[in-house]
Design a protein around this ligand. Sequence first.
Ligand SMILES: [Zn+2]
Length: 483
Amino acid sequence: MRMIKTSLLAHFKQPVLLNLDWVRHFNAKAVLGLKAVLGLKAVLAMLILNIALNMAVIAPAQANMIRDTEIEDFLLSLAKPMAATAGLDASELQIRVIIEPSFNAFVTGENTIFVHSGMILEANNVFVVAGVLAHEIGHLASGHVPSRGEVIDQAILTTMVGAVAAIALSASGHGDAAVGTVIGSNDRARRHVLKQSRQDESEADQWAIKLMDDHGYPTLPMANLMARLAKQRLLPVSRQSDYYQTHPGAGERSSVFLDHAKNTANASAVNAQPSAHMIMRFNQVKAKMHGWTDQPSQSLLQTSATSDADSRYLRAIALYRLSDLEGALDLIDQLISDDPENPFYHEFKGEILTSSGRPNDAILAFQDGLNRLDAHINKGQMLLSLGRAFMHIGDADSLNMAIPILEEANRLEPDWAFVKHQLGITYGRTGRVTDADIVLAERALMLGNDDLAKQLAFRAKSNPDATNIQKQLALDIIAQTDQ
Ligand SMILES: [Zn+2]
């Protein structure tokens, strides 16, 4: 698949199923019907146009989607209580982060909020993050679907911006080229897809104000943000930000938040300050995001090994990305000895040790992280890392240890293709070929490659050793490809 970078593939040491060209697949389907009506030449022209349109929107969204438990949990800890107040099922709410320096956030489906890394880095106040999330929750609660371009099919959008395609931040960031892919000319197509109407914006803001009030978050920081954005009206379109273009009406929106801040009877909410805990987590997440998205050499210049914990965290990530694994390990060990209960320090230590070719030590570090993770936090990603450490050892016992861990990760992260991929590989390496075919068929289905899904499911079904349950699973997949 396009977004899995070559540096990542080097980790797998196994044949990888990469022929997931669903663009071609999509067009092939469309062509069958059109060829009869329009003739070959017209169809070819449309095909080229279609590919161009699809590519424009697909590339950026997939290339930059990342997963990270620490960042997602911080955002969810702000969003979930507000989502519950808005009447949504908070347990279903998902947040995905896109590595993109511009300030933006958007929703595409029923329960997922996408935020740009730039939203976290540029927010000067944690209440801005809360306000942006509250606004997006407002869109979800009102059932707003961003206006779609005529050419963009809902199913395509789901695959494209769906949570399916993400990779782990820690897996994507080792090495310089892995994150921060340039979006360039593709930006416009995406803006078009994600643009909201003014009407929807004001409705989402009404929600945001209500949710922020209910949770004691002041609205003045949002008013200031909108006022700053409104100034972009004077800029040429090419210099206006993503957020400005996809969320129209910044000027009016600023007044709405400001009026509310002035007129609210709830004086304590107007003057509320973020709790020390909120500020601490926000700063940690910011440091982490800087570590993964800034130039590592710049990060080293801007931090020192003796400064505060957040700078050292940032620095450890920069060293890791520069392949100074010993330096990174040294710093993370210091951070752990200062704050041994932070699960994400242990997680990162595990990643460093895995990359250092010390999977046995990495396993201990990931287990330390898992043991310290709050019960409400999704363990899927850390289990994936633990399972991968066992895969790295690679002998039969370790692979058999990896399987139940990866199965649990897959249960907790059912929409994440990368987990299915790792589980499929491990099944294959332990000789469980039918299980491998089924899980890789599910993955192909998820990524929109029906042909491959069907091929793998047929092979699973025809295996003489396949159990009835396996045959049924294979048939279910085949049935879904025929829809
Ligand atoms: Zn909006």
